[in-house]
Design a protein around this ligand. Sequence first.
Ligand code: GAL
Length: 673
Amino acid sequence: MPDTAPRGLERLAFGGDYNPEQWPESVWQDDVRLMREAGVNLVSIGIFSWAMLEPAQGRYDFGWLDRIIDLLHENGIRVDLGTPTVAPPAWFYRAHPEALPVSQEGVRYAFGSRGAICHSSTAYREAAAAITEQLALRYGAHPALALWHVHNEYGVPVNACYCDSCAAHFRRWLATAYGTVDAVNEAWGTAFWGQRYGSLDEIEPPRATPTVCNPAQRLDYARFADATMRENFVAERDLLHRLAPGTPVTTNFMTALSQCDSVDYWAWAREVDLVTNDHYLITDGRRTHVNLAMAADLTRSVAAGEPWLLLEHSTSGVNWQPRNPAKAPGQMARNSLAHVARGSEGAMFFQWRQSRRGAEKFHSAMVPHAGTDSRVWREVVRLGADLDGLATVRGTRTVADAAMLWDWQSWWAQRLEWRPSEDHDARERADTFYEALYDRHLTIDFAHPDADLSAYPLVVVPALYLATEATGRNLRAYVENGGTLVVSYFSGIVDANDAVHPGAHPGALRDVLGLTVEEFSPLGTGERVRITAADGAELTGDVWTEFVVPQGAETVWTYADGLTADRPAVTRHRLGEGTAWYISTRLDAPSLDTILGVAAADAGIAPRAELPCDIEVVRRAGENGSYLFVINHTGTDTEVPLTGDGTELLTGERAAGGLAVPAGAVRVVRFDD
Ligand code: GAL
């Protein structure tokens, strides 16, 4: 069993993607000198270097990689070594053009970028195994090696290929999953629109069709594409484990739902030795620090609460959005330490030295074009020192207050065409519920719908369109045993094959919610409904309403207008020792906060009213002590009350009773034992 922590690191990891092959060797000396100056202890190398390492099939050139790894080692810097299998060389495609992926519309992508891979291609699999084997044999025992970094961000930029090899592979996958063509016909409901298959050989990928393609076929293809990428990861991982044992193997995830949507990270996390994640701020008007916190919480959760590592983020602006603002002074440190607060064992960046050439030359880096006489560099050096001061945090675990259910497969199903309203978006509900809980200063674990939820006083379910009967039983047991559950509309509707559960909606959740839904009644663009309580209070919803029929649940809020006027809008079902809430419309943020406030009270979660908005407070605890991270995202100095005395690790000052956190600053208190 390989270790799960990068080998040989004694502090939090600090460094980034390092692409020495883009620079003359004369620059390397300067690189390692600056790395030492900043306190860098880990760099990711070789991720895109296949063409340099194997310039022609079977002809290898490891000289430059030997020299840079040795140089890093001499300077005490450890290596996260990439297998470069995300970027096959030009010679490979010349020999195997069929390994280029094909889009749903039938376009075969060309060489000249990266990630152009058909994961079903035998030629690709063989070539990937060959270069991985060479690297394992050559560097497996190198003392600088800390971590293996397989491939890069599976699932982006291509999430599925629709070529003939994939068609054949899909049929094999279906044969394993279903056994017979009759079972596929049943699962996919092919009696509809005359889609019945006489043999598995007749089945194709869900390529472009004249109108809506069979949704169960689409859903299975998404599962197949994900599983096929995972097969290739596992093949490389197994080679590395066998030929270079003792070093953990990872591949960098992208858990932010806005950045990669095609990978089921619950399944992937079981395959890696260490969960690592890449995160970039999306500047689309939403609060980037909330989005970051959500991605970090999701990463920790797929890692089952174990420590994980932020393998990439940016020192300042990225270059792939329409507009790429620079980070504000101090924002890089706030971002980095927010990841650490939420379980990361360090903060790594893309990339070390800003490129002069290629597609990413306007992406920020640790050493910017401007050089070391720059704000970015000074902040990098400062962050290195800050992380050094937090070394004892390693191994502690982030403490969560509540859980949110999240399932990528349910999301894939919900997004397919011809739903009651295209305005309903599972990700939007997840984001909005998360933001509401963040603003209540609650730290959230994500949980798979079938996970043991008994540790959480409160579980929210913002978007679970696909829920099996087993999930329904799990949630019922959770509530009966004293849990508080909050479920949002259009959850529990279909089974694993996108077939509506028999009987009235929401089939999988009728029991636990104590109600049925007779009919959905989505709203028009811009249309709103008012919802009132007995005491006259008012909430607002849009996008969606329903005809809810209580079957044991009590009506707490009622629709005041629209087609569903006078019918239940928000209900509460007392069941066993617990309570299940149901929200049948898309509440706006203040309305949702009202309901979550009542539900949190049901769950016995005390309000943290004393903390101002955008003061992020997260706790890590374990054998190495108990730590409170306070991140001030506002422009105003603040004082946070403390229970217990301790030492603030970034300033070295004593903290007792209260903690002063200047505007934009981060403070980390280690409590006295
Ligand atoms: C990541 C990728 C890096 C780099 C970075 C730029 O998704 O892994 O190689 O492209 O984005 O933000």
